[in-house]
Design a protein around this ligand. Structure first.
Ligand code: GDP
Ligand code: MG
Length: 370
């Protein structure tokens, strides 16, 4: 707190309270032993004794969201768009993610073992695009439930030979609710039974009207299998990115979201993070969800060891003392002490919350049996 009683201040300064009262009196402040002194009075006395008053650090431990502050326009530069692929089962999400990765991540970029880290970046016309390789809806729903917005653009994959299906509608509703622009990829165009007009017609009923029909939604015919139309799709993503002007400030402490995390036998807690603002560096003191640590090692999406990761970059880190959850926010602090402080309080709070949840559940079971 910002105030101390005369007695408390005396104790801190190793003096008798009467001496403090006398000093206050000399400075024109009438005080009793249990009186609260404000910050100014405390400073006045402390300075008189030649003691410097340390500003108490104001830290928020309950909600990491408070650290997701806005940057002023001048400090921000363009950043890659972060894209998720959604759509009905078997319409080609996995095939599309794989074929973009395979055709666009060149062999020269891969640093040996190409590993799966839950997200990857590709380059098109000299600009980067980040793809989240999440298991579609599940991850999107978890992340949204936790209030963590991580996607800039959604690719809605619809098989041209199958049309709009329940999960197509579910996906477009998710994207609309999150206010995320949708690009429709009309997939499986290589099939003789492909009927893209039907897809356009059906989606128009859900408010996704093709540009060709006077609407605002971009439809791109593709074949994830043959690779046809993929360049066009990537160019459309860049175009939407340009219009939306996604920006970030690379010169600040990193903040972002956990894509996935697990316990590795040899390396301990391993977490894939999406840097959403700032630059993440080796050695950074970091709080991730209810855990904390120091960034020990970083591995890029192509399995290469890196020293830093800028806005929109996915990166795998080690050095946390526990395993966070997908959708958890992360925040880098200036010093390890603050990160530890915030992290320890948050992990205690999480344990506490778990206990009371358990207590509640056992009470419920108790009542069930009455
Ligand atoms: P997901 O469930 O949306 O991830 O769908 P998958 O990517 O697993 O694809 C389901 C099936 O459709 C697989 O057998 C794919 O090979 C096939 N498939 C995906 N894209 C295309 C395409 O463009 N053309 C054709 N002919 N088949 C495709
Ligand atoms: Mg799949």
């Amino acid at each position: 707190s910002d105030s101390l009683t005369v007695a408390e201040l005396a104790k801190k300064l190793n003096r008798e309270p009467s001496e403090i009262i006398k000093k206050l009196f000399m400075l024109g402040v009438m005080a009793t032993i249990n009186q609260d002194l404000d910050k100014d009075a405390i400073e006045l006395i402390a300075t008189d004794y030649g003691v410097e008053v340390e500003e108490e650090i104001k830290i928020d431990t309950t909600d990491l969201e408070v650290y997701f502050t806005e940057d002023d326009e001048a400090s921000m530069i363009e950043r890659p768009s972060v894209v998720t692929i959604m759509g009905h089962v078997d319409h080609g999400k996995t095939t599309l993610l794989d074929s973009i990765r395979n055709t666009k991540v060149t062999a020269g970029e891969a640093g040996g073992i190409t590993q799966h880290i839950g997200a990857y970046q590709v380059e098109e016309n000299g600009k980067k695009i980040t793809f989240l390789d999440t298991p579609g809806h599940a991850a999107f729903t978890t992340m949204r439930a936790r209030g963590a917005k991580i996607t800039d653009i959604t690719i809605l994959v619809v098989a041209a030979d199958d049309g709009v299906k329940p999960q197509t509608v579910e996906a477009l509703n998710h994207a609309k609710a999150a206010n995320v622009p949708i690009i429709v990829a009309v997939n499986k165009m290589d099939k003789p039974t492909a009927n893209p007009d039907r897809v356009m017609q059906e989606l128009t009923e859900y408010g996704l009207v093709p540009e060709a029909w006077g609407g605002e939604t971009v439809f791109v015919p593709i074949s994830a299998l043959t690779g046809e139309g993929l360049d066009n799709l990537l160019e459309m993503i860049l175009l939407v990115g340009e219009v939306e002007e996604y920006k970030a400030n690379p010169n600040r402490n990193a903040i972002g979201t956990v894509i996935e995390a697990q316990l590795d036998k040899g390396r301990g807690s391993v977490a894939t993070l999406l840097v959403q603002n700032g630059t993440l560096k080796i050695g950074d003191p970091i709080v991730v969800g209810n855990t904390f640590g120091r960034v020990r090692a970083m591995v890029s999406d192509v399995g290469r060891r890196v020293k830093e990761a800028g806005p929109s970059a996915p990166v795998e880190i080690t050095g946390l003392n526990d395993v966070p959850q997908a959708g958890d926010r992360f925040v880098v602090f200036d010093d390890e002490k603050t990160a530890r402080q915030v992290g320890e309080i948050r992990s205690q709070q999480a344990v506490q919350a778990q206990r009371s949840e358990k207590a509640r559940v056992s009470l419920d079971t108790l009542f069930e049996h009455m």
